[in-house]
Write a protein that binds this ligand. Structure first.
Ligand SMILES: [Zn+2]
Length: 290
């Protein structure tokens, strides 16, 4: 049965623990479109997508989260960017060969995970953690242990469902006002949640999944939120980047190619600027600053 990409929030009635469950397969397929990523990189992007979706859903304000992996291995960068409306995009930059079944360490080498939280109104927060875990989920556990945040666990699954690539996951988090004894309850719920299988996440109804995992618990399930692929690139944003380049560089490209072709690396959209466009952009820039 076809399941739409959705994020669900839920609450354990008898414990100070909240949860999230996301299915993001269609969004994942969009992110991989127009790219020819090796299989391990596809999987990494799927895991990052699920993590970013689950993390953005923990925000208590409007804004966006970028989860980015960077290192000195063949995968220089893998990044997913998402916002509170669950609009997601992502890209990977590869330089070199990524063998089949590469581990995270083989792909990224010595690297870091950088989580950037940008509120629409307010100050940007950035957390950095060395990539020491075997998997992305391990690295996220390190991140939550090292930063002074609420105890949080993520469960990420990627795979194939009905012949198409699929991704989903779950999150558990202790509530800020948790009473004593919540830690044991949390550990118990973590053990239960860890048994979730990819095929269950990809194909079963949410109520069925929650019943299978927590049949002895009272769980309140809230209204779901749609998850979708959406790129935030625009011609204006490209123009804003162009004015930061030197006139010399811009003129050089114009003379060589006749126009400037800026392609969005996230969605593949091309924005073409010719000499007239550039003149207009420069005039506008002057008017803006004088
Ligand atoms: Zn784009």
């Amino acid at each position: 049965m076809f399941k739409q990409d959705q994020l669900h929030r839920f609450l354990f009635e008898n414990y100070s623990v909240r949860g999230e469950l996301v299915l993001a397969s269609e969004t994942y397929q969009h992110i991989l479109e127009n790219h020819d990523y090796p299989q391990p990189v596809q999987q990494l992007l799927g895991e990052l997508l699920v993590a970013t979706s689950l993390l953005t859903a923990t925000l208590k304000f409007d804004g966006d989260i970028t989860v980015q992996i960077q290192g000195d291995g063949p995968v220089k960068l893998a990044v997913i960017n998402g916002n509170h409306q669950q609009q997601m995009r992502g890209v990977a930059r590869i330089d070199g060969l990524v063998p089949e079944n590469s581990s995270l360490k083989q792909m990224v080498g010595t690297g870091y995970m950088v989580i950037t939280i940008t509120p629409t109104h307010g100050e940007r927060y950035q957390g950095v953690v060395a990539l020491e875990g075997e998997t992305l989920a391990d690295c996220l556990d390190d991140y939550f242990r090292q930063s002074e945040q609420l105890p949080t666990r993520l469960f990420i699954r990627t795979g194939i469902q009905d012949g198409r690539i699929a991704a989903g996951g779950m999150l558990l988090q202790i509530l800020p006002a948790a009473e004593q004894g919540s830690a044991e309850a949390f550990d118990h719920l973590v053990q239960l949640t860890a048994t979730i299988k990819g095929e269950e996440l990809f194909s079963l109804e949410v109520k069925e999944i929650l019943h299978r995992l927590y049949h002895e618990e009272d769980v309140i399930l809230y209204e779901p939120q749609a998850v979708e692929f959406r790129c935030t690139c625009s011609r204006q944003r490209c123009a804003d980047t162009l004015v930061t380049l030197s006139d010399e560089d811009v003129n050089h490209i114009l003379q060589k190619d006749g126009n400037i072709d800026m392609a969005c690396e996230y969605c593949g959209t091309h924005y073409i600027f010719d000499a007239d466009d550039l003149a207009a952009i420069r005039t506008e820039k002057k008017n803006r600053f004088h």
